[in-house]
Design a protein. Structure first.
Lengths: 287, 288, 374
């Protein structure tokens, strides 16, 4: 049938091989739709960012230009507080640790549940989405005694990762679940096991690579979450990037440095994610 | 059959000899333990303390305080803001996701928008609020929108700024999962675009869409930093009032009140999630 | 693969992460060569100032909390203390509220990170005396009796009068009712939520006094803001240095030492205190009973209350705040006359809210504020 011949080809290629007419019209309409959507949304997202960038270049008086805010990222230091750079460093390290722990915790468990313990699937979904219902601001109150214990062993702000993993659970779970449901886990695992693979091999070397896009997605979301997290760090009295920006904004008259830092953080994350998207490219033609 | 028996018992033909047979669910213990310690236990503390007095004695009557008109106002405010920003964010996000998904999977636009979405999905707080203030505030660079200060319209616009990217991130995999072949098959059977969406595409995507909306709703519910940086002279929503209850300097702070408000939020989301579960069960039948 | 393998793997991963994240910041051991400063109620009782300085230097660190550098010149005070004694200061949560300071004391109790000293509003101080240690500084007798707890559990340190700061583009304000005129459309803001922030509550109370109310009732103040809202002049925007500079909030109710042009960052900033509504508010110092660095904590208090030219009291004065020992310093001549002259002049006796008046005001606001301006 006609449908079979177009398997594996992109819609554009498929319709290009068709004669002009209804499909070309539809393609054109789709393209117009896409360009309008991209322009409108692009403007909506770009304007506040441009405003931020404009303010990061603001001088001492309104209307003047100055690059001091950008230079201050490296040199900014309030009295008695660690410099801005150290909070940036801590936040980046936190992001990496959180990403790793979230993946290590979720991916094997989700695959295992899908394969061997299906009756737990509903419960796992519920637990993973539960952090969404507990506002961070009160999770912190309940975390008080636990963090008290943790702080007896380690005072570093890196200890925030324990709760950041919980915060990331819903987003990572959703991304991974979407990826997991798109592949035939049972067949893959049975095939691998019948060839003598251990469960670890099945998870790490057979199934996970097929979920690459979903894993990347989950990493994206977790990373962005840690970079933007404010409430818990603030209430547990740790100094991460957002807390630092907040107190600079409240206590410094010429707070241009908060805009330059935010713009820089966004740009950095953006470039990183762009690079990662090349790493996660799925080869066409695979089942 | 033999295959089924293999997955059933997990017994392997050759490898590593005898092992004590541990039930399969033990493999989920790390995850369960982690969640128990860092999520369930703190939640338990919060829920229990909500029903206690500051001196530690039980006060189950506290729960009636949730019906207090002032408290109800906070919940209504939260609900309005969350509903508006999640529905608007979901619809607009779905449109954007569709536009992104219908292009070249390896193309630049898709990468750009995905990277942007990943970055902006958690962007908020003081910088976002301030950026909007300078754009459409009183001394606005663009214009002055007088409705921007009224709740919930102004803050909804700000919330959609991170709700839309989140929806794109969550919904895009679902659109990707709608195989091209189905569209072509339906065309071959003579269906119009509208019929395709009505009978095939729509029902396929509805569970993911609803799930995305729910995620957005919960995301908006806990959001705090942005509205605190925007307008914090009045408590419009529950998280602001929780912050007041936790950190008020004028003697109005009470951890038990904060816990009670949190309990209310949990109840609210539980209701919404139940509705979602029912809807999803209905929609899931289409996929069978 | 058996689940025990996975368990081991997970456990190993967790252990590695814990070890990797472990920094070497251990808690300071209390080197008890002689006196236990945690229980001393004054410098002389512990063996004199020199002994205190020596022990504090041995401790080497001081944990402070919620001290923004631009608030009442705290930046200079922190640097001066470190320069004089070589003691490193860890300044946590610069934008915290008084309640958060007390919460930090409770949650971090027993760790090396717990705050040693607190600078808090009166309401919070009065409610939490069980957390404090009594201590009388050397200049104890120069502090008015009404401004200290008899055993030194809390002692007021600096204060100011509630004022309206505004951009000079509005001309000069002579009365609070000027704010109701149309030229202030969308311009007037408080500094925070009055049910949460001390400064905001006092802002509403000051309006109440200016409108003919008394310290016992804040209703007139709430009505004033209601009128402001009806006239379209009330701005609900959270005022910060950035919003003031951008012109989003050109009129702000705040303590006079927080309405200095240097603090606000706008050179054409003026300050107005209504002469019929001089509302004063002081903050208080307290020492954590279980401070990780008890000697450093007490030395910090001695520094803050010292009347030296570069001591705490004069440094606060330079920040536009009124030090608690101001009267005594004016009579014994140790005051920095230049800085004192720069304070906004007030003719009349200031009002101070009592504890009950403050609580009544808070309760009234809790029920009526949102309704009035929401």
């Amino acid at each position: 049938m006609a449908a079979v011949t177009s398997v594996g080809k992109t819609p554009a290629a498929a319709s290009a091989s068709r004669p002009r007419g209804i499909h070309a019209r539809r393609r054109r309409r789709l393209n117009i739709f896409r360009y309008v959507v991209f322009t409108v949304f692009g403007l909506f997202f770009l304007l506040p960012l441009l405003a931020m960038a404009r303010f990061s270049l603001e001088g001492a008086k309104l209307g003047t230009w100055s690059g001091t805010a950008w230079k201050q990222i490296a040199s900014y230091q309030g009295s008695g507080v660690p410099p801005l750079l150290s909070s940036i460093e801590i936040t980046l390290e936190l992001a990496v640790i959180t990403c790793v722990v979230t993946l290590v915790l979720l991916v094997p468990t989700m695959i295992w549940v899908r394969l061997r313990v299906q009756w737990l699937a509903r419960a796992m979904e519920f637990l993973s989405l539960l952090p969404l219902t507990i506002p961070a601001i009160v999770l912190v109150v309940g975390l008080g005694p636990i963090y008290n214990r943790i702080q007896h062993y380690n005072l570093s702000a890196l200890m925030l990762f324990w709760v950041y993993v919980i915060l990331a659970l819903p987003y990572a779970y959703r991304a991974l679940a979407a990826g997991l449901s798109a592949i035939d886990v049972t067949t893959l695992s049975e095939a691998a096991r019948s060839l003598g693979a251990s469960w670890l091999t099945v998870i790490v070397r057979v199934i996970a690579p097929n979920m690459r896009q979903a894993i990347l997605n989950a990493l994206l979301l977790t990373w962005a979450l840690v970079l933007g997290e404010f409430t818990i760090a603030f209430l547990l009295l740790y100094n991460n990037l957002q807390v630092e920006l907040y107190s600079i904004s409240r206590n410094t008259p010429n707070a241009g440095v908060i805009f330059s830092t935010s713009t820089a953080a966004l740009l950095f994350a953006f470039v990183l994610l762009l690079i990662l998207s090349y790493a996660g490219r799925r080869r066409r033609g695979r089942g | 059959m033999a295959v089924a028996a293999t997955t059933q018992t997990g017994a392997r033909p050759s490898r590593a000899g005898r092992r004590p047979s541990v039930p399969a669910w033990v493999g989920t213990v790390p995850f369960l333990a982690y969640v128990a310690v860092f999520l369930l236990w703190p939640t338990g503390i919060v829920v229990v303390d909500a029903l206690k007095n500051p001196n530690g004695s039980w006060a189950f009557a506290n729960i009636t305080k949730l019906g207090d008109p002032l408290v109800r106002g906070y919940f209504v405010g939260s609900f309005k803001l969350c509903l508006l920003s999640s529905v608007i964010g979901a619809v607009l996000g779905a449109i954007l996701a569709y536009a992104v998904a219908s292009g070249d999977p390896d193309g630049m636009i898709r990468r750009l928008y995905l990277a942007t979405s990943g970055v902006l999905a958690q962007f908020g707080g003081v910088t976002l609020a301030f950026a909007f203030l300078v754009l459409i505030g009183p001394a606005g660079l663009l214009f002055h929108a007088s409705w921007f200060y009224s709740f919930p319209w102004g803050i909804t616009v700000i919330y959609t700024y991170f709700q839309i990217p989140l929806m794109v991130l969550v919904f895009l995999p679902a659109i990707d999962g709608v195989k091209v072949q189905w569209r072509e098959a339906s065309e071959n059977l003579g269906a119009s675009a509208w019929q395709y969406w009505r009978y095939v595409g729509g029902p396929l995507l509805t569970p993911a869409f609803l799930g995305g909306t729910l995620l957005l709703f919960a995301n908006a519910l806990s959001a705090f930093a942005t509205i605190a940086a925007w307008e914090n002279q009045i408590s419009y929503i529950v998280p602001q009032q929780i912050s007041t209850a936790l950190s008020s300097e004028v003697g109005l702070s009470s951890v038990n009140v904060a816990d009670l408000l949190a309990l209310g939020m949990v109840i609210m989301v539980a209701i919404v999630m139940t509705g979602y579960a029912l809807l999803q069960r209905r929609a899931a039948r289409w996929l069978r | 693969m058996r689940s025990s393998y996975r368990l081991a793997l997970a456990g190993a991963a967790a252990a590695v992460l814990l070890a990797a994240g472990c920094s070497s910041s251990g808690s300071s051991t209390s080197s008890n060569g002689g006196t236990n400063w945690a229980t001393q109620t004054s410098a002389s009782a512990g063996g004199g100032m020199n002994a205190l300085v020596a022990e504090a230097k041995k401790e080497g660190t001081l944990n402070v909390i919620a001290l923004p550098p631009t608030w009442a010149n705290y930046g200079a005070i922190l640097s001066a203390f470190t320069a004089k004694y070589g003691i490193k200061i860890n300044s946590a949560l610069p934008d915290g509220s008084s309640q958060q300071e007390v919460d930090a004391v409770k949650t971090e109790n027993g760790t090396a990170k717990a705050p040693d000293v607190l600078d808090i509003g009166m309401a919070v101080a009065l409610a939490n005396t069980s957390l404090f240690a009594p201590y009388e500084v050397s200049t104890w007798s120069d502090i008015p009796a009404a401004q200290k707890e008899p055993t030194g559990l809390w002692v007021q340190d600096y204060g100011g009068y509630m004022a309206v700061g505004y951009s000079s583009k509005f001309g000069t304000i002579t009365s609070l009712n000027d704010l109701l005129s149309p030229r202030f459309k969308g311009a007037v803001a408080l500094n925070g939520n009055p049910t949460s922030a001390n400064a905001a509550l006092n802002g509403v109370m000051m309006a109440s006094l200016a409108e003919g109310g008394s310290a016992g009732s804040i209703a007139n103040g709430v009505d004033f803001f209601k009128k402001l809202k009806a006239a379209g002049n009330f701005s609900p925007v959270q005022a910060t240095g950035a919003t003031i500079k951008a012109g989003t909030t050109p009129v702000v109710f705040n303590w006079d030492y927080l309405n200095l042009p240097s603090y606000v960052g706008v050179s054409n900033w003026k300050v107005f205190i209504p002469q019929n509504a001089i509302l004063g508010g002081y903050y208080a110092q307290a020492i954590n009973k279980n401070a990780p660095h008890p000697a450093a904590a007490r030395l910090w208090e001695e520094f803050l209350y010292s009347q030296a030219a570069s001591g705490g009291q004069n440094l606060w004065l330079e920040g536009g705040a009124r030090p608690v020992e101001q009267a005594a310093m004016q009579s014994n001549g140790s005051i920095n006359t230049g800085a004192a002259a720069k304070l906004p002049s007030v003719a009349g006796t200031p009002t101070f809210l009592s504890a009950t008046q403050a609580t009544d005001a808070a309760n009234y606001l809790a029920s009526n504020w949102a309704k009035a301006v929401g």
